[in-house]
Design a protein around this ligand. Sequence first.
Ligand code: PLP
Length: 428
Amino acid sequence: MLYQRSSQLFIEAEKVIPGGVNSPVRAFKSVGGTPIFVKSAKGAYLYDEDGNRLIDYINSWGPMILGHAYQPVVDAVIEKAKLGTSFGMPTEIETQIAELAVAMVPNIDKIRFVNSGTEACMSAVRLARGFTLRDKIIKFKGCYHGHSDSFLIQAGSGAVTFGSPNSPGVTEGTAKDTLLATYNDIENVRAIFKANPTEIAAVIIEPVAGNMGCVPPKEGFLQELRSVCDEFGALLIFDEVMTGFRLARGGAQELFGIKADLVTFGKVIGGGLPVGAFAGRREIMDYLAPIGPVYQAGTLSGNPLAMAAGLTMLQEIEKDKALFERLEQKTAYLEKGMREVLSKSNVDFTINRVGSMISVFFDEREVVDFDTAGYGNNDKFKKFFHGLIAEGVYIAPSSYETWFITDALTYEDLDFTIKAIEKVVVTL
Ligand SMILES: *Cc1c(COP(=O)(O)O)cnc(C)c1O
């Protein structure tokens, strides 16, 4: 495959956009090479600027669960655009999508729409702090909740549990209010609570981690997290930006049977347009302005085009009763095929999967948290990534990312992918 035009476009982009991209992981920094520029996409396929077709396993990092340019969503956006693209005034469609989301997701009475997952998580944390009148939060190493200051935190030095900024521009003052815990380690969480018994407003977690590769919660971990939060009077925030409307109609809360106090959404809920949302019980959500004291706002929040895309997407998911079973079967088929070809090779590997989220790590050790996810971040992954592109298969350009399976994939596409993997693994 040739990437002459993409390379040229990247050179032009770098002159006027920092690093040539509007979000860092797109720049291929961790795998090397030049990012591929997309011209269009339909169903399970990307068509790039050099005329190649790629089977897409990122799907815009999750939103395109029904495939690219899904006709009902495209039609809804076009029809809505003809009526005006933004008003900054209430519209009926905002209530329609809110009613549907509240009906689909367990334990939420009210929902507020924003423009990204970052905004959703940032706002949920502010609301949790305002509601509990406490300052600190617990986040897990390797979980991603967007790029707001409170989340750009890394482990502090020595035995201290509070974090330090992991980006210039984040202040020490902000960092001291984010306590870092180890995913799947309830004793660690309990110890942090014991050291800060009345200061923790909320624990925020990806109920299935998807930003350190796919890392499932261990049996019982989320239940114990729920009870530790209750014991210390902290709120439990499920960041379902990735898992919401993907792992089940009601997301991870439904899948695992756990009640979160606040839930954040993004990705699928916007049907490919910039949408985020956060939701919870009435008494917490009514703490928001204009009826409550916690301020939160957005000029383009509830934008009609975004709401049209999101509403249509949720309606399609709601009415297709077999969708999640089909996604499970397709992803299980890919997992089985991948296991077979990798087992026949002499490459060490671990595959993690929950529903339509899957990732492969090139190390045989179990991956349960951020440190163990790092084992597979190696040269084999880079070769695997570039090898697959040459075969016409596109996965995320980092071993710390999950693959997102779309319903648009056929079993022929999956067989094609497994064959491609078979060819590439012998070169690793
Ligand atoms: C993608 C993601 C976010 C951030 O969403 P953006 O729309 O990129 O701001 C937050 N949390 C999780 C779990 C995500 O996967």
